[in-house]
Design a protein. Structure first.
Lengths: 433, 449
């Protein structure tokens, strides 16, 4: 079994799978169970300032986007930060960390946007054995209405300012958790770095409304007939998160800033995606809330077996490995030609490729041949768009073939050349170099 | 000298609980969760093979997609528009040889989407809803049409005509309307009095009047209908059964399977139905299977279904054969009956000649085989058998009324469909299609565009 040990901003954990700051990490009972199951670390559910704790609604806090067989694709919540007393949380954090010294325990924080408030809570956390702090600048619901969470994360200047306070008033490593509810993720990430953050973690949840009850025409979930937007997460948000992680990882201003990847991680493959695109570890919530803590064992097993098979010695060797393959559109090779190929031995003749291509793309797939139902690519029409591959219900049945230099593209009649040529030098580009 | 065993034919072989259990729905209704999951398996094929395979051309992917997206009313409308008897067809269609046979999921996974069960789910949901009607009747045309036979063909025709604003009178020989749906199917295929519930749904469109106990016995009756109505549709089914023409055929304990099935369908208490301890059913079609399985369910100990050719030639589908076997029926092939032997004027067994196929010809091999039986059911086919049809001058083919594409007969103003029409598959769903097509043609004839 491969060694999954991870060191993230100086914090050691036996594997790169952490539980994100969320309901599963609200108290010692859950966190102890998580560590027993094998989680490498947890980010304790966000603590607020001392005093009367926040209150939650007593109706539905969660909503979901499900497939017809009720697999959860997307998850939405309106739960606030911890509603337990600060003292209780701090005492439990201390106890848990002392019992689980090999695991990472980071404390998530969210207090009003003034220096004394941050100073006060940081002093309290310093008295525990916690390994680090995560600044919750992400929560898009409830707390943001009070000038916290995403309300801070949407203003780069605030991020920089609060991060500076934390670095100044705490010796612990600081992770800044970013909200995706912005237009360009690089700006808040740069601000965090300017403020001295040791790392960023992303993404927090996305502003969302799950839908409307058709019988009552009431938004769902609703608390007694009214609802508010919640934070969206789960498998559906992963591609958004991956892009944001990669954007930060390849931005010259933030390249090298450690990243903790969050957003729809439920399997080792998801974790691999995040890490290959620049994250050093991952944080999980939704998958644990659906299946329980045991899934970490499947994730660890999967990653370990993968690393053994690939001959990868350490998790750190995966981080950023796919980043060189992430580029901008203008640098994509316009001389590369792909054509769809349908394997007739696997084709079940459902015709989805045909109708998708016929109605919405390039009319490049037949419906019949010699009067018989038959689906075949017309290379002279195919632009290699991949739509048929994605709609085909049979794995491996349709794939894209890259034309080799020297072959003729039946659509254009041109011979494929080996040389790279992209938009930057294309004759149609008025801005070409 | 010991006496040969006496026929053992008795009623009340089972407890009331066992009757209820054994004659429950053979294929239980899908739960909402099951329906959703099954609907999700449908790939929404382009030019879907299932829809092409359906004799009534139901847009299967569309109704399944509507089940999946929570629009059961729309799903039912998609089914009932081309097939007003979609509820019964969902129960009795041999889907394994129609829509489900060509389902691409069968190609992919060896398991087609359960189209029949989904269809039943959608139609049942509509019929159980507060507003079970999805179509309304067009303005009255003032035209009157007579329909002979209240089976699937007749009722599909009557319903379609009524929807188009015509006044329809249906004449049926039986005390209850429904034809084979009411009298001719295994009861576990259509539990809960569904045939009558569906009939009520059909009649609720309005403009249809049903006359029961009306038999077409004279040429004058048909002449009167032709004179008094603007059009006539004949959907009178097959009234007679094929006979074996063998010694012993008229013994007590020997019966047409269709009569047995009808009796069973109409029985208010199954415990009153006598059944033999040992039963032989002669025939290889769905009627034979229905009779054999129900004999077993009534408590018969040994039930033999005997067919003179091989399994490939049986009219009962593979699934039907397996259903019979699952229920404990023993299927024999390559045995042709020679004689039903007697004891005290009652059947005691059937003597068979073993058959073999030589150069495509069925020939006795010389071997004989005897199967003891307390009851013998004949299920070797049905035929038109109504002399009036020839008397009025209708062109008849070997097996039925000769009709053109939409059911036009050689008599002007007379259309025909369902089992009484020559050729075809003799399936409920085909009868519905005949009735519907004829109704379209009659409507076009009565109200030219």
């Amino acid at each position: 079994m491969a060694n999954l040990h991870t060191r993230f901003i100086g914090i050691d954990s036996p594997n790169p799978f952490w539980l994100a700051s969320a309901p599963p990490t609200d108290k010692a009972y859950n966190v102890n169970r998580a560590f027993e199951a094998g989680w490498g670390g947890v980010v304790w559910k966000t603590l607020g300032e001392d005093g009367p704790p926040v209150v939650n609604v007593n109706g539905p806090r969660y909503g979901a986007m499900l497939t017809p067989d009720r697999r959860m694709m997307g998850f939405n919540n309106i739960e606030l930060i911890t509603d337990r007393a600060l003292d209780t949380n701090l005492r439990e954090i201390n106890e848990v960390k002392r019992n689980w010294r090999d695991r990472a325990l980071v404390v998530s924080l969210m207090v009003p946007c003034n220096e004394p408030a941050w100073k006060a809570i940081l002093e309290r956390v310093a008295d525990t054995a916690a390994d680090g702090i995560e600044l919750n600048f992400g929560c898009p619901h409830g707390m943001s209405e009070r000038g916290m969470g995403a309300a801070v994360g949407q203003v780069p200047e605030y991020i920089e300012m609060v991060t500076q306070w934390c670095k100044q008033h705490s010796k612990l490593p600081v992770i800044v958790k970013l909200t995706p509810n912005i237009s360009d993720i690089r700006h808040p990430a740069r601000a965090a770095k300017r403020g001295g953050a040791d790392a960023v973690s992303l993404i927090n949840t996305i502003n969302s409304i799950m839908g409307v009850d058709p019988a009552t025409l009431t938004m769902v979930p609703s608390t007694g007939g009214k609802g508010s937007h919640g934070g969206y997460c789960g498998p559906a948000v992963k591609p958004i998160a991956l892009n944001m992680v990669a954007e930060i990882a390849r931005d010259p201003q933030t390249a090298g800033l450690p990243i903790s990847g969050i957003g729809g991680v439920g399997t080792w493959r998801d974790a691999l995606d995040f890490m290959a695109l620049g994250a050093s570890n991952v944080q999980v919530c939704t998958a644990a809330m659906v299946y329980g803590f045991k899934i970490v064992q499947d994730m660890a097993s999967g990653l370990s077996d993968y690393m053994d098979e690939m001959g990868i010695a350490s998790v750190a060797d995966i981080v950023g490995r796919a980043l060189p393959t992430v580029s901008d559109w203008r640098y994509l090779n316009l001389n590369h030609i792909s054509k769809a190929v349908i394997r007739q031995d696997l084709c079940i003749a459902c015709g989805r490729c045909h109708i998708a291509c016929e109605d919405t793309s390039h009319q490049a797939i037949t419906a019949s041949k010699d009067g018989v139902r038959h689906f075949e690519v017309k290379e002279e029409e195919c632009v290699g768009c991949n739509l048929c591959v994605t709609v085909c219900p049979v794995p491996e049945c349709i794939s894209l073939r890259s034309l080799a230099p020297g072959e003729v593209d039946q659509r254009t009649g041109k011979t494929v050349v080996a040389e790279h040529a992209d938009w930057t030098s294309h004759p149609n580009n008025p801005m070409r170099a | 000298m010991s006496n040969p065993p006496l026929p053992d034919v008795r009623a009340a072989r089972l407890s009331a609980q066992d009757y209820a259990l054994r004659f429950a729905d053979a294929t239980p209704a899908l739960t909402p969760g099951q329906a959703l999951l099954e609907a999700e398996r449908c790939l929404y094929c382009f030019d879907a093979p299932c829809a092409t395979a359906c004799p009534t051309s139901i847009d299967v992917p569309a109704f399944i997609r509507r089940i999946a997206d929570g629009n059961l009313r729309g799903a039912a409308r998609t089914i009932l528009e081309p097939n007003p008897l979609g509820g019964m067809c969902a129960r009795v269609c041999p889907t394994e040889t129609l829509c489900e046979q060509v389902c691409v999921r069968a190609t992919q996974e060896g398991k087609p989407v359960s189209i029949g069960r989904l269809q039943r789910y959608a139609v049942d949901a509509l019929m159980a809803s507060d507003r079970p009607q999805v179509f309304s009747r067009a303005n009255a045309t003032g035209k009157k049409v007579a329909v002979v036979g209240a089976g699937p063909a007749g009722m599909a025709c009557a319903y379609t005509l009524a929807r188009n604003g015509h006044s329809v009178e249906v004449f049926d020989a039986k005390p209850k309307a429904g034809g084979l749906n009411e009298y001719g199917l295994a009861s576990y295929k259509t539990t809960g009095n569904f045939a009558q519930r569906e009939l009520q749904w059909l009649l609720a469109i309005g403009g249809i009047e049903v006359h029961n106990n009306w038999k077409l016995a004279t040429a004058a009756q048909l002449d009167t209908l032709r004179a008094q109505y603007d059009a006539v549709f004949l959907g009178l089914g097959l009234a007679s059964t094929q006979q074996l023409g063998l010694p012993g055929e008229n013994l007590r304990g020997v019966e047409d399977a269709v009569d047995f099935i009808a009796r069973l369908r109409q029985a208010s208490d199954l415990a009153t139905l006598p059944i033999g301890r040992r039963v032989v059913v002669i025939g290889g079609g769905m009627t034979a299977v229905d009779a054999a399985v129900q004999s077993k369910l009534l408590g018969a100990q040994d039930v033999h279904m005997v067919y003179r050719r091989g399994p490939q030639s049986m009219a009962a589908s593979r699934e039907e054969q397996e259903w019979a076997q699952t229920n404990g029926v023993v299927i024999h092939h390559w045995l042709a009956p020679l004689e039903i032997t007697a004891i005290n004027g009652h059947a005691r067994g059937v003597r068979f000649a073993h058959q073999e196929q030589i150069n495509g010809q069925l020939q006795p091999s010389g071997e004989e085989h005897f199967i003891e039986a307390d009851m013998v059911f004949k299920a070797i086919g049905q035929r038109l058998g109504n002399p009036v049809l020839a008397q009025v001058g209708l062109d008849l083919d070997q097996d039925g009324i000769a009709a053109a594409e939409h059911g036009e007969t050689n008599l002007s103003g007379v259309w025909a469909g369902g089992d009484c029409r020559a050729g075809g598959l003799d399936l409920t769903v085909e009868a519905v299609e005949h009735g519907k097509r004829a109704a379209y043609a009659i409507h076009a004839h009565l109200c030219p565009a």
